[in-house]
Design a protein around this ligand. Structure first.
Ligand code: GLY
Length: 245
């Protein structure tokens, strides 16, 4: 998500995105400003550079060189919210308060190939320079064309801590269904949160997963997340199951 995303604490909209295809080609951008569709820049990193990740000013220079338009992404509503936030400047990421806008997509195409993408403006009012899980291959997204694909949403710090989506795919490799794999990854976050003496109520993470057979599943720390499924039977919006009841 670019346009309309919430800014960081300095009022700057900084975007993270990554993409992974069936050949394990990968591309990623982090802390990218002024470009409406960061995922398209991530795709250019994948297709046109010898690298896998560009950040900040370098990512912006690359995007402009590729013909992307530099735009102001801070819409009036987000600017208003940021100015309101500045009155207290209290940074407390809360579960399910709409403080991030991650979009993750995983797909199985007609040839049976898996791919995925993930994009976000990150946590609202984050420190400038903060990068979450969404542009990190293995954390916010992972695809193994022999096994399955997974993507994540929620508090990126917690997803990175367990290399979440790589874990979900590896659990599917061990024979777990997409649903069970998501549940086990969430349970690892639950355990680590407790071990670290933190309050689980303050944390939200959700995973979705899809395997080579087209089976899918999802699980979250808390309620409040849903995901969309599109297949030959049409479109469904499903409320994700969760741990903290
Ligand atoms: N999951 C998005 C982020 O933490 O930035």
């Amino acid at each position: 998500m670019g346009y309309g995303g919430r800014p960081d604490r300095d009022g700057r909209v900084t975007l993270d995105a990554c993409i992974m295809d069936e050949f394990s080609n990968i591309g990623s951008v982090a802390c990218l400003e002024h470009i409406k569709h960061p995922i398209s820049v991530a795709r250019m990193v994948m297709e046109k550079t010898p690298h896998v990740m560009l950040v900040g000013e370098g990512a912006l220079q690359f995007a402009i060189a590729q013909g992307f338009k530099k735009e102001n992404l801070l819409v009036e509503a987000s600017e208003k919210e940021w100015k309101e936030w500045l009155k207290t400047s209290e940074y407390l990421p809360k579960a399910n308060i709409e403080n991030h806008d991650t979009i993750g997509m995983i797909a199985l195409d007609a040839h049976g190939n898996l791919s995925g993408a993930c994009t976000t403006s990150g946590m609202a009012f984050k420190m400038h320079g903060r990068v979450g899980d969404s542009p990190i291959i293995g954390a916010g997204l992972y695809v193994d064309n022999e096994i399955g694909a997974a993507t994540a949403t929620g508090h990126g710090e917690e997803v990175i801590r367990i290399t979440g989506c790589h874990l979900v795919v590896e659990l599917m490799r061990q024979g777990k269904s997409p649903q069970k794999a998501c549940e086990e990854a969430v349970m690892r976050i639950v355990k680590l949160t407790k071990n670290r003496g933190k309050n689980l109520k303050d944390i939200q993470v959700g995973f979705i997963a899809l395997n080579k057979k087209g089976e899918y599943g999802s699980y979250c720390v808390q309620g409040g997340f849903n995901y969309a499924v599109h297949d030959a039977t049409g479109n469904k919006l499903i409320d994700a199951n969760y741990f903290l009841k």
